[in-house]
Design a protein around this ligand. Structure first.
Ligand code: SF4
Length: 341
């Protein structure tokens, strides 16, 4: 049975027409689900009983089931969801003073094999559907009070979003649609390890959400080693593709840089990074590696991170050291699901 959450409006309109209903009924159904947060057909009181019955027989309205909430000392909460087939994914809810961000997953596992990432050890188990992607957002919001609702979404949990291209684009369309979740494109960030062919395609989607690129190295030998996707799309090919990325005025690309002690944290790396990003409207997020038991890497010292940041700041880059959230609850991507799997 199809889930109406995550279901495209154009498809719903088509079905309603086949049933002899007016297409504006799709708008009414969407309003009930996404604006009034009503997840029962019986509660859709401006639809006829016959239509409600037909919907009941043909569709469900289902959210992923929360099976574990792990609060962190820093206020964030890690959610573990069970999907219909028993697969598990996670999302992290992170309150801050000026925003509340949800980091959500797009795949069960991941096939990109980045050496610093625990999700990689799972391999790719399966793709998430648009319902499962959007469902994480709705389910977590339902778990919080009005004052704690999610304002920002980052696609940085388990999985490479552009490796689940169609479902992610469908989910994004519903997130930004005024008919559905009505989230500003400025508040959504899609992160990619650098699938150049998919970024090229994404340029034409007219979605205009923020794009973050997980760069993590400044030379191909190092990036080949820590992110095998680099062997297919080396740094210069990736950056060439990004130079023509259609950005709205005053928007920038975000470059994520997981800092690994002795691997990518030298002065020489900082110098190369400045050269690589020359001419690209960019902001840089430095993310000290979140070490876990048995991890092959360590984070650099505070002094090293600061020296790296200062070098970029002196060259007029916007550069932030991202706070590691939920380090006590295995907040880095994939860690909780791997632990419980
Ligand atoms: S860092 Fe992201 S792209 Fe790389 S293996 Fe982990 S989930 Fe996949």
């Amino acid at each position: 049975m199809d889930n109406l959450i995550g279901y495209p409006e154009r498809k719903l309109k088509k079905i309603l027409e086949e049933w002899g209903e007016k297409p504006y009924r799709a708008h009414q159904i969407f309003t009930w689900i996404y604006h009034y947060r009503n997840y029962r057909f019986a509660g859709m009181t401006n639809l006829s009983k016959v239509l409600r019955q037909k919907l009941e027989e043909n569709f469900c309205i289902a959210l992923p089931r929360i099976i574990l909430r792990t609060p962190s000392r820093d206020g964030s909460v890690k959610y573990l969801f069970a999907l219909e087939d028993g697969a598990e994914v996670e999302a992290i809810w992170m309150p801050e003073t000026d925003r509340t961000t949800l980091c959500l997953s797009t795949q069960v596992g991941c096939r990109l094999a980045c050496s610093f990432c625990l999700t990689a050890s799972m391999g790719l188990k399966r793709q998430l559907t648009p319902a499962e992607i959007i469902g994480q957002y709705i389910a977590v919001n339902e778990d919080h009070s009005e004052a704690e609702q999610i304002s920002n979404i980052v696609f940085m949990g388990m999985g490479e979003p552009l490796d689940n291209y169609d479902a992610v684009c469908e989910a994004l369309r519903l997130m930004v649609s005024p008919e559905a979740l009505r989230i500003s494109t400025r508040k959504i960030t899609l992160s990619t390890s650098g699938l150049v062919d998919r970024i090229e395609r994404f340029k034409g989607e007219n979605l205009h959400v923020n794009l973050a690129i997980s760069l993590n190295a400044t030379d191909n030998a190092t990036r080949d080693q820590i992110m095998p996707i680099n062997r297919k799309y080396p740094i210069e090919v990736l950056l060439e593709c990004l130079r023509t990325y259609p950005l709205k005025p005053s928007r920038r690309l975000t470059f994520e840089y997981v800092m690994l002690k002795g691997i990518n944290d030298t002065d020489e790396d900082a110098r190369r990074l400045v050269k690589l990003l020359h001419g690209i409207p960019a902001k840089v997020n430095l993310i000290p590696f979140n070490a876990y038991q048995g991890a092959p890497y360590q984070p650099p010292s505070q002094e090293r991170i600061k020296a790296f940041q200062d070098y970029l700041l002196d060259r007029h880059f916007s550069v932030f050291v991202r706070k590691n959230r939920g380090t006590d609850i295995l907040g880095a991507c994939g860690q909780l699901a791997v632990q419980t799997a």
